[in-house]
Design a binder for this molecule. Structure first.
Ligand SMILES: Nc1nc2c(ncn2[C@@H]2O[C@H](COP(=O)(O)OP(=O)(O)OP(=O)(O)O)[C@@H](O)[C@H]2O)c(=O)[nH]1
Ligand SMILES: [Mg+2]
Length: 328
């Protein structure tokens, strides 16, 4: 990476990394290219940015040609992971999106208000997680596209309404998922006979636990459950336990956050690179910049499994919150 880039470049690059749509990304890449000064030291970077731009334009053209994804149930993944909120009607799925993201789904006491999935970004610590609101999952009502969406998600939040037969709702939704070969990860053993099964980590959100007066009912509801379930009482309305919910989602995403540290400079602890758990130094280099990926010699790591500034090789497995200085 050339060292003499103007501050504008980094400002636009930051917006680019947070951009949600292809159109936004294309516009920001064009802006980035225009901020890079033209000289020999930036040849590589400019070529790399132009390549990314042409790839993005091709992809966006191809998707227009094919009418994009034909299903309204396809939601492009954004951010550190895709988390679908599913459940019967009126349990409060849209209210949860409203509480945690900038999305504005319609929230209403009338049943079957939500007709198609709607994504929104939920900030948590220094990352953004995509939450997807969905139409009700019920035997008579649900289109198969919804199960395709769930099958490709990273985590399911199965929501039930504490004030409206939550156990019945849980049982029905789990049974519909099973009919469509989707298993909560913690119950995978039960699906040994089903070779089409896809297992997805699950949290059961018991919604409308607005305050302490609801706790007794929640405890009672837990006592009637036969299996162990990852239950969490929450309230989309009062915000009760929503922070706890966010911290329980993070480990299920199976990702790590790693901070890149330039030579002789402090790391930027506000902008992690998000990688799959088990990723190595070379995987990080690939994300940071092509120059690092192609020319990486070694790296220094500060973190839980390394001593301060430990020199490591390309295949060193990174841990969550490691700080890494890539050396070329
Ligand atoms: N008391 C209370 N009411 C809630 C809570 N969350 C949602 N509600 C109410 O429950 C009703 C249904 O909420 P929605 O968010 O529209 O439910 P939904 O699951 O999206 O329902 P559909 O899209 O119609 O299937 C609305 O009247 C909400 O105001 C909560 O935590 N506590
Ligand atoms: Mg809704």
């Amino acid at each position: 990476m050339p060292t003499n880039l103007p501050p504008d470049y980094f400002a636009v690059e930051k917006r680019f990394r947070e951009a949600q749509t292809s159109a936004e990304k294309i516009a920001l890449l064009e802006e980035m290219i225009s901020t890079v000064p033209k000289h020999k030291g930036t040849d590589h970077l400019r070529a790399d940015l132009r390549r990314q731009l042409s790839r993005l334009k091709d992809e966006s053209q191809a998707s227009k040609k094919h009418g994009g994804h034909s299903s309204i149930f396809h939601v492009d993944k954004e951010g550190a992971g895709q988390v679908v909120v599913i459940g019967s009607t009126n349990v409060g799925k849209s209210a949860l999106l409203t509480a945690l993201t900038n999305a504005e789904p319609e929230v209403s006491p009338a049943p079957y208000t939500t007709r198609k999935p709607l994504p929104g970004m939920m900030p948590w610590e220094d990352i953004q997680v995509q939450l997807v609101d969905t139409p009700a999952m019920e035997q008579e009502y649900t289109e198969v596209g919804l199960y395709d969406l769930v099958r490709h998600a990273d985590v399911m939040l199965l929501m039930v309404d504490l004030q409206a037969d939550p156990l019945q709702q849980l049982e029905e939704t789990i049974s519909l998922l099973a009919d469509h070969h989707i298993a909560p990860r913690h119950l995978l053993k039960r699906f040994a006979q089903d070779d089409k099964v896809v297992d997805i980590p699950l949290i059961v959100l018991v919604n409308k636990c607005d305050d302490e007066s609801m706790d007794e009912l929640f405890t009672l509801c837990c006592e009637f459950l036969e299996d162990e379930w990852p239950l969490l009482p929450i309230s989309a309305l009062t915000g009760r336990n929503l922070e706890r919910m966010k911290s329980r989602i993070y480990p299920l995403l199976d990702i790590i956050r790693v901070y890149a540290k330039p030579h002789w400079k402090e790391p930027d602890l506000k902008r992690p690179f998000v990688l799959k758990k088990g990723s190595t130094v070379i995987d990080l280099a690939r994300k940071v910049h092509r120059d690092f990926y192609e020319n990486l010699k070694c790296a220094r790591v500060w973190g839980s499994a390394a001593f301060e500034g430990q020199m490591v090789q390309r295949d060193y497995i990174l841990q969550d919150r490691d700080i890494v200085e890539l050396r070329i």
